[in-house]
Design a protein around this ligand. Structure first.
Ligand code: AMP
Length: 140
């Protein structure tokens, strides 16, 4: 059985506007913002506004809307960064690498031959993240 949703997680606080984030897309159901510890330029996260701990307890109707936004932003990020490819990742529970317990998809532009930086490595400069968010927004 999947563990319970923990309402005080950091992404719930971002949805509630209690902590800042570098947003690049928002609709009624979905929010997307830049990852503060990017594995490559343009690394963004897509989350549902409704509660889900991860893929295992998510409502399929929510997932349907969410993955459509993941696709849209994967295309936009690939174009914005003139990337060769785009990596989409999603982790379920600590054993699989999940560290924030609100469902999220990672979207990361990839260049041929350029390795990813470590997952949850160093904090990025916020002004740089804002500039990257603007680049993606410009092609939406
Ligand atoms: P994971 O749960 O392993 O998929 O990873 C959570 C991701 O959230 C990591 O890539 C972190 O860099 C990112 N992250 C953690 N806190 C924040 C935050 N306040 N704003 C944006 N990204 C965050």
């Amino acid at each position: 059985m999947t563990a319970a949703y923990e309402p005080d997680n950091i992404f719930a606080k971002i949805i509630a506007g209690e902590i800042p984030s570098v947003k690049l897309y928002e609709d009624e159901d979905t929010l997307a913002f830049m990852d503060v510890m990017p594995q490559a330029p343009g690394h963004l996260l897509v989350i549902p506004k409704s509660r889900a701990r991860n893929l295992l307890d998510a409502d399929p109707a929510v997932l349907g809307k969410l993955i459509a936004v993941v696709q849209m932003l994967a295309k936009a990020a690939k174009t914005a960064f003139a990337a060769d490819g785009v990596y989409v990742a999603q982790f379920n529970e600590p054993a699989a690498g999940q560290t924030v317990f609100h469902l999220h998809f990672h979207v990361v532009p990839r260049m041929d031959g350029v390795p990813l930086k470590p997952h949850a490595g160093g904090m990025a400069d916020v002004e740089m993240l804002k500039e990257q968010a603007e680049r993606i927004k410009a092609v939406l």
